[in-house]
Write a protein that binds this ligand. Structure first.
Ligand SMILES: Cc1cc2nc3c(=O)[nH]c(=O)nc-3n(C[C@H](O)[C@H](O)[C@H](O)COP(=O)(O)OP(=O)(O)OC[C@H]3O[C@@H](n4cnc5c(N)ncnc54)[C@H](O)[C@@H]3O)c2cc1C
Length: 455
């Protein structure tokens, strides 16, 4: 007899894990405090669309749902940089045709994952259910339903997939589990929309197959395409200071700021200032947690590791959690105690690594991309990857296009950073690269990657 698994949170990660467990024959109940987006029109909450990459795609292939997911995807081949004058510069993410990332709608993807979980016939979703308390000794959660009644629900295994503000993680702390740290970023974000083009030759007002960035040093604007021809635009900027959310207090100030810094966007969003004040400002932060399991419970996804969105990896990392958890269930023959101990051991340091790299990437996106030296180093990195494909893989590519662990991508990335600094010193173009020195540095400092790392 397989145990009953209860998942708290029917978000992206909870819904994907429900498919895995339903397919394995577990009886799964998933509880969420919100209504079902498939039945009631509710806002998808933060980030209407997200970037999906290899780590998120692999479990979809394994689950046999990738063909359906593909109908929701828009490939983005690189960054389209917009300078203050409105000049464009395209920078490819990778060198191979398959090295692209995909824009996907949060609401569309979560709906599809829920449908697929239900299709296993072993998964039941319960919406508008809020956790009141968790009794880890009696394996019981108390839920408050839509009629405000408290009702108990027994579980064998409890998965906390309830996001960054996880109640499950907080309840661990109430039971004496320590090692949780949370760090708010001093920058926040606001989403705006570029509507579809009713008059143009195609429905998109700017290039559909790019992730657009307006880097401005301390702050930036980005835009990802949606299937309906619109773009979701996100402004990331400091909370306080001369140029900050705090300083933009009137429509005039917002229009002036956009006219000075992002005039091409002002042209694309006629009602920008109204939208700016109608839409909420979202906070950003990093949550690290040393212990993901407690008794019969385990944290997955953002509840275990919320990260800032600048590497586009929060969801991808959560999907990789699902893949890893399923692999451990195979390895340990569904012995959950062993699985939960191993899962924490395997995943925590990797989650910490992507949390760090996501913070680094904010500086790269908003600032470094404006520096010609950055572009030279990127060109050298591509050249080294072409010449030494099993040793030098740019850090961005390791994270987005391969399955090498995040922790190894981070440590190899640091070594590569040193190599790129040495090789770019004193030259102005990739043609001037000292190939003898490059070969020596790469062979001395970087081990050969396995087929698995490079897959
Ligand atoms: C602005 C922004 C942009 C982002 N862009 C990207 C990107 O491009 N690529 C990427 O990979 N990631 C991105 N992310 C990160 C991504 O959104 C998260 O990593 C992902 O949503 C985590 O999924 P989850 O299921 O763990 O948590 P969530 O999506 O937060 O889902 C948690 C679920 O739990 C439910 N819940 C919460 N509390 C309770 C409770 N007490 N009782 C019952 N239910 C509860 C919620 O209603 C929700 O349905 C971005 C995040 C932000 C903020």
């Amino acid at each position: 007899m397989k145990q009953n698994v209860t998942i708290i949170g029917a978000g992206l990660v909870g819904s994907m894990m429900a498919i895995y467990l339903g397919k394995r024959g577990y009886k799964v109940d998933v509880f969420d405090k919100l209504p079902d987006i498939r039945k009631e029109s509710i806002s998808a909450g933060r980030s209407i669309n997200l970037a999906l990459a290899n780590r998120g795609i692999r479990p979809m292939v394994q689950l046999g749902i990738i063909d359906k997911v593909e109908t929701l995807l828009i490939p983005m081949k690189g960054r389209m940089l917009h300078d203050v004058e409105g000049e464009l510069q395209f920078q490819s993410y990778g060198q191979k045709p398959q090295e692209v990332i995909y824009s996907v709608s949060r609401g569309g993807l979560v709906s599809l994952l829920r449908d697929e979980a239900e299709a296993t016939d072993n998964v039941t979703f319960h919406f508008k259910q809020v956790i009141d308390s968790i009794d880890y000794d009696k394996n019981c959660i108390n839920l408050i339903d839509k009629t405000e009644q408290i009702h108990p629900h027994k579980f064998d295994i409890l998965l906390g997939a309830d996001g960054a503000a996880s109640i499950v993680r907080n309840s661990y702390e109430n039971h004496g589990v320590s090692g949780v740290s949370s760090e708010l970023l001093s920058h926040s974000y606001k989403e705006l929309t570029i509507d579809e083009d009713d008059n143009g030759p195609n429905r998109y007002k700017i290039d559909k197959n790019s992730l657009h960035i307006w880097p401005r040093g301390e702050y930036m604007l980005i835009a990802l395409p949606n299937l309906d021809g619109s773009f979701t635009v996100t402004l990331f900027m400091p909370n306080k200071g001369e140029i900050s959310f705090e300083s933009l207090t009137s429509k005039e100030a917002v229009n002036q700021f956009f006219s000075d810094q992002f005039s091409d966007v002002l042209d694309l969003i006629p009602d920008l200032a109204e939208m700016f004040f109608e839409n909420p400002t979202g906070i950003l932060g990093t949550i690290r947690c040393e212990q993901w399991n407690y008794k019969n419970a385990l944290l997955i996804g953002d509840s275990a590791h919320a990260i800032v969105p600048f590497h586009g990896q929060g969801m991808n990392c959560g999907f990789e959690d699902c893949y890893a958890l399923n692999a451990l269930l195979d390895e340990h023959n569904d012995d959950w105690q062993k699985v939960m101990d191993s899962f924490t051991e395997v995943r925590v340091h990797n989650a910490n690594a992507i949390a760090d790299m996501a913070l680094d990437n904010y500086i790269e996106m908003r600032d470094s991309v404006r520096d010609p030296k950055f572009h030279l180093k990127k060109a050298i990195a591509f050249e080294l990857e072409s010449r030494f494909p099993k040793q030098f893989v740019p850090r961005y590519s390791m994270v987005m296009f391969h399955h090498i662990s995040y922790a190894r991508a981070q440590s190899r990335g640091e070594i590569q950073f040193g190599i790129l600094n040495k090789l770019s010193d004193g030259i102005e173009s990739v043609e001037q690269l000292d190939l003898v020195k490059a070969e020596k540095l790469v062979s001395e400092k970087l081990s050969v990657l396995s087929e698995h790392d490079l897959s």
